[in-house]
Design a protein around this ligand. Sequence first.
Ligand SMILES: [Zn+2]
Ligand SMILES: [Zn+2]
Length: 346
Amino acid sequence: MRTVDAYAATSATDPLVKTTIERRDVGANDVLIEIAYAGICHSDIHTVRGEWGDTTYPLVVGHEIVGVVAEVGSDVTSHSVGDRVGVGCMVNSCRKCEACLAGEENYCLEGNVGTYASVDRDGTITQGGYSTHVVVDADFVLRVPESIPYEAAAPLLCAGITTYSPLHHWNVGEGTKVAVVGMGGLGHMAVKIAVAMGAEVTVLSQTLSKQDDSMRFGATAHHATKDEATFEELAGTFDVILNTVSAKLPIDAYLGLLRRNGSLVNVGAPAEPLSLNVFNLLGGRKSFSGSMIGGIRETQEMLDFCAEHGIAPEIELIDAAQVNEAYERVLSSDVRYRFVIDAATI
Ligand SMILES: [Zn+2]
Ligand SMILES: [Zn+2]
């Protein structure tokens, strides 16, 4: 075991505080990573505040991690000391079920082991990336290409793959018309990735306040969903609508924006059930579906894709001591578009 510095939640209501945690010894197939940057995902806030079920404290969150390999176990051949690497939302899975065998460990039938707040195979609770070091099984460690700006790479490990995977699954490319609902951490990455895939991209945001950013990221249009005329004007337009919003949206209104065979894909996770009129799926053979992060192979593919196309998240780099303030700003949508903690300040 080694003791490392970290920022931890001690209860659902207290601010995160600097502390130390234990990391396991580097096993034969493990990698010790010296963390350089950790992104702040909205899921981190839900988890530390106990909004997604009971949380065991103290807890260190963070599942958008980049850093450098500091040590490898004797069986590790895929990573070497000094490599720039990343860790996303999961750190293990059963490796035997049909999802794992298909390379979709994110859909492991036994449940993947989350990077934080999950029970690891040794029975301990996993602790995430708001820390100086982490020990992770080599099979769940990604290569982060050097051409991706180091401090901006971290959010790709959650926001990047969460949007890349459904766009890829629904065959977005040249000739497809994509709408991205919500222009936050996920949404702005969805725009950049869909544009790089060759699609014609429209942003559907509550207001026009982020219109300039939409255009800068490569979208061809930006509409306000507060304006009811938007839903008339764009009726029957899109092949894929990627909904990144976690609020309760009027699903029928969005289904009306799909073309024949179109799909409305949810990556946002509203707490309340949604309702829809099935007749709106029948006409036009439309789909309403969901998607959750991506497998390790696809996450690597996404990182290589972003490097090849020169795309990276827009970030605001902060010191670890600013994390509580950053949480409040995330909750009031006051971030363009992702906070990243400089782990050197932990
Ligand atoms: Zn996340
Ligand atoms: Zn599995």
